[in-house]
Every structure is written in structure tokens, then in C-alpha cells.
Ligand binder design. Structure first.
Ligand code: ATP
Ligand code: MG
Length: 390
């Protein structure tokens, strides 16, 4: 007997019918966008939706989009919600092309400027009485590429004396310092249209997993004990995506073994399959200096940031050296160590162009929870190098 009833309901793209613990935020979205739904002349609305990895930003945005389109029909209005991921569509130009495509506007291939396409889209909205909510997900990627200009342009477009504003924005992002990096001009007047999603607690993750498991698995094929185990493990990261991924993988291991129940051992195998680099023995091969640099990166990222600049890690590294009464190496050596750590698969380096401000190097941890890595490194450093952390 197979364990999965609807495996596809655990896929990353699937949007569940409800999102427990996000009801308040859903209501808030409706109230922020109420002008679009009920006013004869809607005004431009811009909402910022933020939260760490796997807090449900994308799902909430998409579910809201479906709901408001549905609600609009009751009001006899045409609302279109378009979700665009800026990590895939990184420029205003490709975003606008995508918008036109989704609205089935025929754009000749030849080179239109951004403003021209925007004007064509605005015209389409006006003549068809369509109100557009454009959701730019992972909008950091667009800002990193083109600065705050595109958001500014989108904010001002679609204004029309008679029809009001037909284009509104829902901007979704992870990092909290994102708003500061936007032009002050762009964000002026944004007021309180901010929604921040807090990380899920262990108990919330447990409830979410129970709900998602009941949709995806046949009854009695996965015990509550196994679900609790996954919630426990996933709560280290407070990341619902990770939790659901583990749930799905556990099912896959059960399926591969032809088992008709998902056991704790399947869950452990799932877990082992997503932690390839945290093995203790791997850490013990590192030199002391490599460990200290890695520790600095882990500390910098343990506050739930997705990435941190090399310059910031260098500052943290100097603090680690001080703590361990060890001499800090210069920046060049530090940089070489970072590259070494990248070659070994512990970190990932990425150089991002920041428009006129030049380029910055960012550091990521590919799939290793920073806090766990930090703990392991502290243990390893005090074990092998005779230091005790205070
Ligand atoms: N409250 C919830 N109830 C049920 N499932 C949820 C809930 N929140 C998140 N999920 C699920 O967790 C996974 C991650 O959610 P989502 O992709 O929306 O997070 P995100 O905040 O956009 O993450 P990222 O920052 O990585 O883009 C999805 O599979 C989603 O369906
Ligand atoms: Mg997302």
C-alpha cells in the first residue's frame, strides 16, 4: 500500500488552502488592499511583506492573490494578481515582459523601453477595467540588480485622474535591512503598510506538519510520533519549508523501501540526506584558522540572516581570535581562507553588484543551520585546541 495520497501537495509550488497562524496577516493584507476591492477610484497601495526563510511569505502572498481575485468577482470587479519571482526575473524589463505575457497583451518583439511597456500595460488596464496587484517576490534580487528605480517607477505608474490607480504592489523580501537600502524617495509615505511574519515556534510547526501530512499521506501511514520528531528537528531552523521537505523525504524513503508506514528511521534517513556537510569528522579536518573563520560566519548568520558580507565576517573573525587569544590574520589571508572554505563546500561566496556603490561579497551557508554549525565548531575548537569558551 502506498503511503502518499497526494504527494504533489508537499511540492514547493503547492499553495495549501489555508495557512494556520497566518490568519491575522491575511486579514491585514485584505484591509491594506481594501481600496482596490471597494473604491470606485482606487488609490495606489504598496505593501511590504517580510520574514525569514520559510515563514510562509510566498504562500501567504499567493493565497491572498487567489482570495482577492475571488472576492473581486463578488463585487463585480476585475482584479488580477500576478506573482513574479525576481530571482528569476531580475530586471524591470523582464518583469514587465512577463506581466504583459500574463495579461495576454501582444507586445511586438522590437525594443520597447521600460516606460513604454509600462504605458502599454497601463492602457490595457484602463481599457479593460482591470486592477492589477503586482507581487514582486524576493524583490532584493531586483534591487541588487537595478536599485530602487524600478519600484519607484511602478509606484507612480497607472495613475489616472479618472480611474484612480490601477497598479498596486506587494513587495516580498527576507532581509530586514532591505527597506533601508531602498531609496528614501521610493519609500516615503509607505507608512505602516508593513507586514512581518515571525518565525514559527516548534508547536506551530508541529500543527502545520500535522495539517500538511493529513493532506498528503493516507490515514495511519505516518504516526504523530514521527511528525513530532520532524517538528522537533525542523524547529532548530524555524523553517516551514525545511519541515515540509523533511516530511516529503521521509515519505520517499518509506516508498523506496516498499514500506506501508513512515517510520522514525525513514525520517532520520531524510534528515541525514539534507545535512551532508555538518558531519563532525569533516569539521575536524579543518585548521584552527579555518574553524575560526567559519565560526565567525556562523555567528554572523545565526541571527537568521540569509547572507552576510565578507567585511562583516572579518570583524566577527577578529572578535573570535580575541576570544581564543589567537592572532588574527590580515584581510588577504582571511579572504583566501574563505575561498578555501568554499572549495571544501562549507560556505558559498557570491559577489553582488550594488549599482553605483560597487560590488560586495556575500557569504551563505548552503543548507547548514548556522546555530548548529556554531555549536559544533565551539565544541571542536575547545576539544582540539585546548580552549574553553566562556
Ligand atoms: N502556515 C502554514 N501552513 C501550512 N503550510 C505552510 C505554512 N507556512 C508555510 N508553509 C509551507 O512551508 C513552505 C515554505 O513556505 P513559503 O515558501 O511560503 O516560505 P517563504 O517565506 O516564501 O520562504 P523563502 O524566504 O525561502 O522564500 C511551503 O511549502 C508552504 O506551503
Ligand atoms: Mg518565498
Amino acid at each position: 500500500m502506498p503511503v502518499f495520497k497526494h504527494e504533489e501537495k508537499l511540492s514547493p509550488e503547492y499553495v495549501p488552502e489555508k495557512l494556520p497562524y497566518r490568519e491575522t496577516e491575511m486579514k491585514l493584507l485584505f484591509s491594506f488592499f481594501s481600496s482596490i476591492l471597494s473604491d470606485e477610484r482606487p488609490f495606489h497601495v504598496r505593501v511590504y511583506l517580510s520574514g525569514a526563510v520559510g515563514t510562509g511569505k510566498t504562500s501567504l502572498a499567493k493565497l491572498f492573490g487567489q482570495s482577492i481575485e475571488q472576492e473581486a468577482r463578488k463585487y463585480g470587479r476585475k482584479i488580477r494578481f500576478l506573482h513574479i519571482n525576481c530571482r528569476i526575473h531580475k530586471s524591470l524589463y523582464t518583469i514587465l515582459r512577463k506581466v504583459a505575457e500574463q495579461l495576454q497583451i501582444d507586445l511586438p518583439r522590437r525594443g520597447y523601453s521600460d516606460e513604454e511597456i509600462l504605458e502599454i500595460v497601463a492602457k490595457f488596464l484602463r481599457s479593460n477595467g482591470v486592477r492589477l496587484i503586482l507581487c514582486l517576490d524576493e524583490v532584493e534580487a531586483l534591487i541588487a540588480e537595478e536599485g530602487g528605480g524600478p519600484v519607484y517607477l511602478l509606484t507612480r505608474s497607472g495613475e489616472d485622474i479618472e480611474d484612480g490607480s490601477l497598479l498596486s504592489l506587494l513587495l516580498v523580501f527576507r532581509e530586514l535591512d532591505f527597506l533601508e537600502r531602498l531609496d528614501s524617495q521610493t519609500i516615503s509615505g509607505m507608512g505602516s503598510n508593513n507586514i512581518h511574519l515571525n518565525e514559527y515556534t516548534r508547536d506551530q510547526l508541529l500543527e502545520i506538519l500535522r495539517y500538511r501530512a493529513s493532506e498528503a499521506f493516507y490515514k495511519n501511514t505516518i504516526s504523530d510520533e514521527v511528525i513530532e520528531f520532524i517538528a522537533e528537528v525542523a524547529s532548530e531552523r524555524k523553517d516551514a519549508r525545511y519541515a515540509i521537505d523533511l516530511l516529503w523525504r521521509s515519505g520517499k524513503y518509506a516508498e523506496a523501501e516498499g514500506s506501508d508506514v513512515v517510520t522514525a528511521e525513514h525520517a532520520r534517513k531524510a534528515l541525514a540526506s539534507v545535512y551532508p556537510t555538518i558531519r563532525r569528522e569533516n569539521l575536524s579536518y579543518l585548521s584552527k584558522d579555518e574553524k575560526m573563520v567559519l565560526l565567525a560566519a556562523a555567528r554572523g548568520l545565526s541571527t537568521n540572516r540569509t547572507m552576510i558580507t565578507a567585511v562583516d565576517v572579518f570583524q566577527l573573525y577578529k572578535m573570535v581570535c580575541e576570544e581564543l587569544k589567537s592572532d588574527a590574520k590580515g584581510y588577504t589571508t582571511f579572504w583566501e581562507t574563505l575561498q578555501q572554505l568554499q572549495d571544501l563546500g562549507f560556505i558559498r561566496l557570491s559577489v553582488v553588484s550594488e549599482g553605483a556603490k560597487g560590488r560586495k561579497s556575500y557569504i551563505y551557508l548552503p543548507g547548514i543551520p548556522a546555530q548548529l554549525l556554531e555549536q559544533e565548531l565551539m565544541k571542536s575548537l575547545s576539544r582540539n585546541h585546548g580552549h574553553a569558551f566562556s
